[in-house]
Design a protein around this ligand. Structure first.
Ligand SMILES: [Zn+2]
Length: 81
């Protein structure tokens, strides 16, 4: 981690902390939550900044979770006629 500089929160002018947080995503009434995602977190308001690598992984995870949730919701096909 020594090669990456600690980002500073532009709003509070404080160094952010590298720690696990929970990523939450809402789309068309379906919400998914990915716990224990490492991100730079502002010590004041807890706002998380995700690295590009993490964002890529998150998008994949979120897509899988969304497909699971949508499948669960649309899993009943009893009303076809
Ligand atoms: Zn802040």
């Amino acid at each position: 981690m020594s090669t990456k500089p600690t980002p500073i929160c532009g709003q509070h002018n404080l160094p952010k902390k590298w720690r696990p947080t929970a990523f939450e995503y809402n789309d068309e009434g379906v919400s998914v939550r990915v716990p224990n995602v490492y991100a730079w977190v502002c010590p004041v308001d807890g706002e998380a900044s995700y690295t590009p690598e993490t964002t890529d992984e998150l998008l994949l995870t979120v897509r899988e979770l969304l497909e699971t949730e949508i499948f669960k919701k649309g899993g009943n096909h009893d009303n076809d006629c």
